[in-house]
Design a protein around this ligand. Structure first.
Ligand code: LMR
Length: 399
């Protein structure tokens, strides 16, 4: 017979998506999904923003004048609208030396950025926090970039190892690429203070490193502008850097794949060159981006009324996740006064790092139907008033 694909290895599965599939198949009615980064509301549903729903009505009534391809770097109005959001107050500091492209969500931005960097910085390696989102490793490896880690999480204290992080960054060679989470660190929920960010920015500048920010949860931390503080400090430093932006979570537009990649260059001239190379990178990946998600985001951001409505809805999400995290900590404190859970209360955003071992995570799943990522990450948005008691009891039972 014909032999063709026989040498191909089976895909081991994705640590996040495969677990979701497993959860869906679990017949237990009281199972709790704390796995993937979806924002679930109090009813356990992934909601649509009413502001985005209004944009969808508008979009249905106003189809594009002509159904042709978008430009390689995306919808021009969209690119203008989203950069104000991404850079906040810092936009005037970078606007004249900024190249940008619409992207297929945050992951697409990372891939285009990784391809661009591999082409023009072939000897640069990437450093990511230990731990980081699993797909950071895969995307950059897929682009041919060697991936290393810098210290971030201290398993003993369950807190940030900031001196370790600084020490590691201080060892990096010039033009090393450093992946940073400007807010709502995935998976740990442990963020840097503004003072710590300033120190990181100083090291990046002194050593002439290339920071690559991945911002998928803007507004889930302390607020839309508050969550851009790290970006603002980097912008003030004058040091070139990259930024990936995602609208999956913060517009609840997961399947539309809508995001952006920014390259802050050293001068307007280099920004123009990089703009061209971004187009080329897109063209050689998937040619041009889809339009529908970008039209929705642009429509919301172009209207003051819809933007206000969206911001209010985003605030409700942020507050709900914050409340759930605090309630969980309170309940755990009642159930297990002998264990210190204060580290959980200090974490921010959509995720918390429980510090549970793989054995504890397995027990939570097998005995209690409570699903967390194997690393010990919990999606806080999966908690609601109906499942929080049972989740706290399950946590208390395994520790
Ligand atoms: C997550 O970390 O759960 C999300 O970013 C979803 C994903 O793509 O993995």
């Amino acid at each position: 017979g014909i032999i063709m694909f026989e040498h191909v290895d089976a895909y081991a599965g994705d640590p996040i998506f495969s677990l979701v599939e497993q959860f869906m198949k679990d017949p237990r009615e009281d199972k709790v999904n704390l796995t993937i980064g979806f924002y679930f509301d109090e009813d356990g549903k992934v909601p649509n923003f009413s502001s985005v729903d209004k944009a969808k009505v508008w979009a249905a009534d106003n189809p594009p004048a002509s159904p042709v391809y978008l430009p390689m770097d995306g919808l021009p109005d969209y690119r203008v609208a989203v950069k104000s959001l991404a850079f906040g107050d810092a936009l005037p500091l970078v606007d004249s030396r900024l190249a940008s492209t619409q992207s297929l969500g945050g992951s697409g931005a990372l891939k285009v950025g990784a391809d661009l960097l591999k082409r023009y910085f072939p000897d640069s390696e990437l450093w990511v926090s230990d731990p980081t989102w699993e797909n950071h490793h895969s995307i950059f490896k897929g682009a041919g970039v060697k991936v290393n880690t810098y210290r971030y999480y201290n398993p003993q204290t369950k807190m940030l190892d900031f001196s370790g992080m600084l020490e590691d960054l201080n060892q990096l060679p010039e033009k090393a690429i450093v992946l940073l989470h400007p807010c709502c660190h995935n998976p740990t929920g442990i963020d840097l203070t503004n003072e710590q960010w300033q120190q990181v920015v100083d090291v990046v500048k002194q050593r002439n490193l290339l920071a690559f920010f991945d911002m998928a949860y803007q507004g889930f931390g302390f607020g839309l502008n508050e969550d851009t503080q790290a970006i603002k400090l980097m912008a003030e430093s004058g040091q070139p850097f990259l930024l990936a932006q995602s609208f999956s979570k913060i517009f609840s537009l997961y399947s539309e794949r809508v995001g952006a990649l920014y390259v802050v260059c050293e001068s307007p001239e280099t920004a123009e060159t990089i703009q061209g190379q971004l187009k080329f990178t897109v063209r050689t990946n998937y040619s041009t981006p889809p339009s529908s998600g970008a039209r929705l985001v642009n429509h919301v951001l172009a209207s003051d009324a819809l933007t206000d409505e969206w911001k209010t809805e985003l605030e409700v999400m942020r507050e709900r996740m914050h409340t759930m995290r605090q309630q969980l900590v309170t309940k755990l404190g009642e159930l297990r006064p002998d264990v210190d859970f204060s580290y959980l209360a200090a974490q921010v955003g959509m995720f918390s790092y429980t510090g549970f071992s793989p054995e504890q995570i397995k027990r939570l799943k097998d005995e209690f139907g409570v699903y967390l990522i194997a690393s010990g990450r919990m999606c806080v948005a999966g908690l609601n008033t109906r499942n929080i008691e049972a989740t706290a009891k399950a946590f208390a039972a395994v520790c």
